[in-house]
Design a protein around this ligand. Structure first.
Ligand code: MG
Length: 389
């Protein structure tokens, strides 16, 4: 039986992971769980799965969690230090599925010799990619990509040594505004943007998918995870979301990873790696899918992707700034304070107001750079405020 810790247990990836755990009794023991602020959901999971430790990130929800677990004998804590304690709890594998930059410190805290960390949190690779990869290497941590595109690419890369890779392609569904005009995109509200055609995910990543910032963040994620220079990475729009990633080798061969658009598949791959586990994940039925189509991304209607590619090419602290500004802007959009195009506008202006420094060489440096970017982005919100309609 292998022991598993889930950081972000009450989120979308956390819940899908636990579904697989329940379907394979006797295969996994839950070591620790960490959640954001839903004490009731977290306590219910803890009572069911009986981990050694449970952490809730929101300090204000700690008393509620402790009350709910009273008499259960399950140790628990609240706040950032408790989440770090959960990350460091003895376990064979840690699923890092906290959303946003908030996942950086706990994910790095989970690193340790002989440990496997399945990375679903892309922001830690965007904001501190060089440090993150160096730290994984230094600590002897094995990283497994859980993001669907990166998981497909990881699997395809096993076809030949890295030296033979010519190009790596990530697909993007194109989101709910793939065929929308710039004017329609400018008028889209949170409810329109949260209506993703193929994937069911958390709010932050769903908005990132609507602006295509998600694909930009994923290019930066792939750049670090697979040590590939920006010119060997590209994104293509593929509305059916059946092919998730492709690796082209120097002889012209292309190996692609296909599956239904459901996180069940990459999660199962990571959980069982290097073996394979039986799952009830939906199966791909190509005859039913019928057609697979592709188009180049439109960087004019989706400026966020253009900004992310530029930040990847610029390197240094630019991706950290991009990510911090984007998180502030996405939260403001979800709160109805700015329009959808305001997100890229705020990211662009934050980057313009920030001198590109060195890539963060520590978690502290990444968090400081993130915090500076957030302050600038916040100060820009009034300038891009949505007009009251
Ligand atoms: Mg993805």
């Amino acid at each position: 039986m292998s022991s598993l810790t889930i950081l972000g247990a009450t989120g979308s990836v956390g819940r899908s992971t636990l579904k697989l755990v329940r379907e394979t009794p006797g295969r996994f023991r839950i070591a620790a769980l960490a959640g954001g602020r839903d004490a009731d959901a977290l306590a219910a999971l803890a009572r069911e799965l009986k981990p050694g430790f449970v952490a809730i990130a929101d300090p204000a929800s700690g008393a509620r969690l402790a009350d709910l677990l009273d008499g259960s004998g399950i140790a628990n804590g609240a706040g950032p230090s408790a989440v770090i304690a959960a990350a460091q709890w003895p376990a064979d594998m840690v699923v890092a599925a906290i959303s946003g930059i908030a996942g950086l410190v706990p994910t790095v805290a989970a690193f340790g010799a002989g440990r496997r960390v399945a990375v679903a949190n892309k922001e830690c690779l965007v904001a501190a990619g060089a440090f993150f990869m160096a730290e994984a290497k230094r600590t002897g941590t094995e990283l497994l990509p859980m993001d669907s595109e990166h998981n497909a690419i990881f699997q395809a890369l096993s076809a030949a040594p890295a030296a033979h890779v010519e190009k790596v392609t990530l697909t993007a569904s194109g989101g709910p505004f793939r065929t929308a005009t710039l004017d329609e995109i400018s008028r889209a509200g949170p409810q329109d943007a949260l209506r993703h055609p193929n994937w069911s995910m958390g709010a932050k990543i769903t908005i990132d998918s609507a602006t295509l910032m998600n694909k930009g963040l994923e290019l930066i994620e792939a750049h670090h995870l697979f040590s590939l220079p920006p010119e060997r990475l590209e994104a293509v729009i593929h509305p059916e979301s059946v092919i998730h990633g492709l690796v082209a080798f120097r002889d012209g061969s292309v190996v692609a990873g296909l599956a239904v658009p459901d996180m069940c598949v990459p999660i199962a791959h990571c959980l069982a790696y290097p073996e394979r586990m039986e799952t009830t994940c939906r199966r791909l039925d190509l005859a039913r899918v019928g057609r697979l189509t592709f188009e180049a991304p439109d960087l004019e209607r989706f400026p966020a992707l253009r900004l992310a590619i530029s930040a990847m090419e610029a390197g240094g602290s630019a991706p950290t700034v991009l990510n911090g500004a984007n998180e502030v802007a996405v939260a403001a959009f979800l709160a109805g304070r700015i329009g959808l195009l305001g997100i890229a506008a705020i990211v662009e202006e934050t980057l313009a107001q920030t001198a590109t420094g060195d890539a963060p060489a520590s978690v502290e440096a990444a968090m400081a750079c993130d915090s500076d970017a957030r302050a600038i982005a916040h100060s820009l919100l009034p300038k891009f405020a949505a007009k009251a309609s």
